[in-house]
Design a protein around this ligand. Structure first.
Ligand code: AMP
Length: 288
């Protein structure tokens, strides 16, 4: 496996392969790789001839009060996972190479970025959209894989690629969970053992909402109340947002006629957890 730090070397490597008709797959990450990342890497390995994983803790997507300084950076462990999974290039650009003196362009996707994560983290999605655009420019992949874990991010990336004709095929893969249902996340290492036990409540809340929809509840307020009740049963947890949304626009739904995505963010001690679940309304059999 090659470790590349220079954006120019990264582009030269990809361009060389593209000219030979080799398909280039890409999994962008911030490192601290876990089974969720591994699932994306495996899927990419199956779908592409050559595979690049980037590890870059992007400072511009963190707010001033957020965890940039303490974000885990176990680089040897991350490289070992990449080697095990047959990654061809581990791309590890520096912040200076990403944002050199004079850098000023920002990519924004305003409507998608406005709500939910965007409300709690005002500059987050501009940071994400800009770094994804830059990474695509450097890596020049045919295909890139993202996790459903960050549902709003996956919707934003698909919009961005369509709007700017970036020519990258975006694949979104399901969330990988711990045995009890907690969505895997690099930030789970911040949880104390006690918080870790309590953290599953967010998943249970989403499950309660999805179960209500599946069994015929169509009023989004009632579905949301079912989710809120579960979180309220865990006094250590506070709700940042819980929402029943259209999976394409991410706008809140008044009624769930077909599909919905349940989005949730909570705080547990100093840790902020996010998760989501897709749900389909019970099919109503219509008699002629
Ligand atoms: P991150 O390193 O947190 O920026 O995540 C890199 C990619 O891995 C993103 O596309 C995430 O959505 C995805 N990802 C993170 N956690 C999971 C998970 N538990 N299951 C599937 N994909 C995930």
């Amino acid at each position: 496996m090659k470790i590349l730090r220079s954006p120019a070397a990264m582009t030269a490597w990809s361009e060389g392969l593209r000219r030979e008709g080799v398909s280039v797959g890409f999994v962008p990450t911030m490192g601290a790789l876990h089974e969720g990342h591994r699932a994306l890497i495996r899927e990419a390995r199956l779908r592409c001839d050559a595979l690049v994983v980037s590890i870059f803790v992007n400072p511009t997507q963190f707010g001033p009060q957020e965890d940039l300084a303490r974000y885990p950076r176990p680089i040897s462990h991350d490289r070992a996972i990449c080697r095990q999974e047959g990654v061809d290039v581990c791309f590890e650009p520096t912040a200076e190479a990403m944002y050199p003196t004079g850098f000023q362009t920002t990519v924004t996707v305003p409507a998608i970025a406005r709500r939910w994560e965007g409300e709690s983290r005002p500059h987050h999605f501009a940071g994400v959209a800009t770094v994804v655009t830059k990474l695509f420019g450097m890596v020049r992949p045919h295909r890139a894989l993202f996790g459903q874990k960050d549902f709003q991010q996956s919707v934003l990336v698909q919009r961005l690629v369509n709007d700017l004709n970036l020519g990258v095929d975006i694949v979104v893969r399901p969330t990988v969970r711990e045995q009890d249902g907690l969505a895997m996340s690099s930030r789970n290492v911040y949880l104390s053992p006690d918080e870790r036990r309590r953290a599953v409540t967010l998943y249970k809340s989403l499950q309660a909402g999805a179960a209500a929809i599946r069994t015929g509840e169509t009023d989004a307020k009632t579905v949301r109340s079912a989710m809120v009740r579960v979180i309220q049963g865990e006094p250590a947890m506070t709700i940042d947002y819980l929402a029943v949304c259209d999976p394409i626009t991410l706008e809140p739904l008044p009624t769930v006629a077909r599909k919905a995505v349940l989005l949730g963010a909570v705080r547990l001690g100093t840790v902020r957890l996010i998760d989501n679940m897709l749900a389909a309304a019970k099919q109503v059999r219509r008699h002629p």
